[in-house]
Design a protein around this ligand. Structure first.
Ligand code: ATR
Length: 281
């Protein structure tokens, strides 16, 4: 039987959960496809993707450190990829290479549907101003929060991201957009706090003033691991009512990519449950 080929490319790639996730989605939706992990050579992204396409590849997920290379490789970009300045999903049709970014849609789906925490009319704090934060801005604004405060250790980068949000956000929207350094958060309260910094990678959490969490607030870390991340531990200590890591975001961004490629949306709940059990086992 002919199988349509897909892959995730990154470096390193050995521990990627994407092949497992997409195999589960393919089985669940009865789609005849294969999905492999490709170790992309640093500096050799385009050659590697060229070879995959020449061998019949239909699409790819792209992870660290190639999301900017994928952005440059695409011949057409979705609006959310354009706003993110980065691509995590490629779809190949003839000579056309569509570049999309499903990360932001993934986190919003996880927060609003899986966690049942609506963002509309809420006060949202987005921590960080790097690639992960940038990928979240447009889908976040589309969810119509009352306000978004972009806070970053380096305040100037937060201001740059706010300018970008203003450029790409819906004209005429009355969402309040603020930006600043972490200390400028003192005295403010938020309903949803999203950690899009990479602090957890160095086993740290952003240095936040006390009292940020409104009653019932959700603290969401894009990172995940076996137990609570440093950000989740700090948020618990500061009184956040609800905590989540980013495993659901991973599963949801994959579902969004799968839907783009195959035109069918998988049920993410059983896949998230399996990954959660494997992570804790
Ligand atoms: P990514 O693509 O994962 O967002 P990045 O573009 O390197 O990675 O951005 C990392 C983000 O995490 C930045 O916002 C960074 O803050 P600075 O702009 O001040 O460097 C933030 N970050 C990393 N470590 C941090 C820490 N220990 N505390 C607070 N913020 C941190």
């Amino acid at each position: 039987m002919h199988l349509d080929r897909y892959a995730v490319i990154g470096n390193p790639i050995a521990h990627s959960k994407s092949p497992r996730i997409h195999a589960l989605y393919a089985a669940q939706t009865a789609q005849a496809l294969s999905y492999e992990a490709l170790l992309g050579p640093i500096g050799g992204f385009a050659d590697c993707v060229d070879a995959f396409r020449a061998a019949g590849g239909r699409g790819m997920n792209v992870t660290v450190p190639f999301k900017l290379d994928a952005y440059a490789y695409a011949t057409r970009l979705t609006a959310r990829a354009e706003a993110a300045g980065a691509v995590n999903t490629l779809a190949f049709t003839g000579d056309e290479v569509l570049g999309d970014n499903t990360d932001g849609a993934g986190i919003l789906q996880d927060i609003t549907v899986n966690l049942g925490c609506p963002v509309a009319s809420k006060r949202v704090l987005l921590l960080g101003a790097g690639g992960a934060a940038r990928g979240t801005v447009l889908p976040l604004l589309d969810a119509r929060p009352a306000s978004v405060f972009i806070a970053n250790r380096t305040a100037a980068k937060a201001a740059d991201l706010r300018a970008l949000a203003e450029r790409f956000g819906q004209p005429g929207s009355n969402i309040t957009l603020q930006a600043g350094g972490l200390a400028e958060l003192a005295g403010q309260q938020f309903d949803v706090v999203i950690n899009a910094t990479s602090a957890s990678l160095s086993d740290a959490a952003p240095d936040l003033p006390a009292g940020l969490y409104a009653p019932g607030a959700l603290a969401y870390d894009m990172m995940y691991g076996k137990g609570d991340t440093p950000f989740m531990q700090a948020a618990r200590a500061q009184g956040a009512a609800r905590l989540s890591d980013g495993l659901g975001m991973l599963v949801e961004q994959a579902a969004e990519s799968f839907a783009l490629w195959r035109g069918v949306r998988p049920d993410t709940a059983p896949v998230l449950a399996e990954l959660r059990a494997a992570l804790q086992g």
